[in-house]
Design a protein around this ligand. Structure first.
Ligand code: AR6
Length: 172
């Protein structure tokens, strides 16, 4: 079973085989953790995303899906871009949020990555309530069928760290 740990901090600084990016379907950058990863990783990530758009993903990466690029100047070897769902109180999109995590782990398996770091996908600009985002994230990763040995959630602020701590304690 995958071993899950938590850390508060900036995911761009994490040394893991792969870090996960909370991207958008266009894959060409944005704000939040996406902007930070592109800024810190440099143009190699953007160029790889542009190649994906020009070849296998002309209409972009669907919500709940994952795709890998090199990590440019980052300490990690790969960036696994996922698209979380935008929160909508009128529609249950939790399966898509769980899928973002399980598809990321499936891509990590294809890459042979043993350690993967995740941000709190959908819990920023996409508006997912933090406690629920944490619960869905932790249970998706803990129950995933994967060869990834170490999964680390890297939470940017204290509030997110506390939400993920509570979710991990409840699930373990
Ligand atoms: N390291 C770790 N976590 C971070 C970092 C960082 N450097 N920076 C922000 N976070 P968001 P989303 C946290 O908005 O909700 C982008 O524009 C942040 O505090 O980055 O999935 C994309 O292009 C929050 O807890 O992602 C999309 O358009 C979490 O990362 C859209 O935002 C996710 O916040 C995706 O929205």
């Amino acid at each position: 079973m995958v071993h899950v740990t938590l850390q508060q901090g900036d995911i761009t600084l994490v040394e893991a085989d792969a870090i996960v990016n909370a991207a958008n379907s266009g894959l060409l950058g944005g704000g939040g953790v996406d902007g930070a990863i592109h800024a810190a990783g440099g143009p190699e990530i953007r160029a790889a995303c542009e190649r994906l758009r020009a070849t296998c993903l002309p209409r972009g990466l669907p919500t709940g899906e994952a795709v890998a690029t090199p990590a440019g100047r980052l300490a990690a070897r790969h960036v696994i871009h996922v698209v979380g769902p935008v929160y909508d109180p009128a529609e249950d999109r939790s399966a898509l949020l769980r899928s973002a995590y399980t598809r990321a782990l499936a891509v990590a398996d294809e890459l042979g990555a043993a350690s993967v770091a995740f941000p709190a996908v959908s819990a920023g600009v996409y508006g997912w309530p933090l406690d629920d985002a944490a619960r869905l994230a932790v249970t998706a990763v803990l129950t995933a069928d994967t060869r990834v040995a170490q999964a680390r959630f890297v939470l940017f602020d204290d509030r997110a760290y506390r939400a993920f701590s509570a979710a991990l304690a409840a699930a373990s």
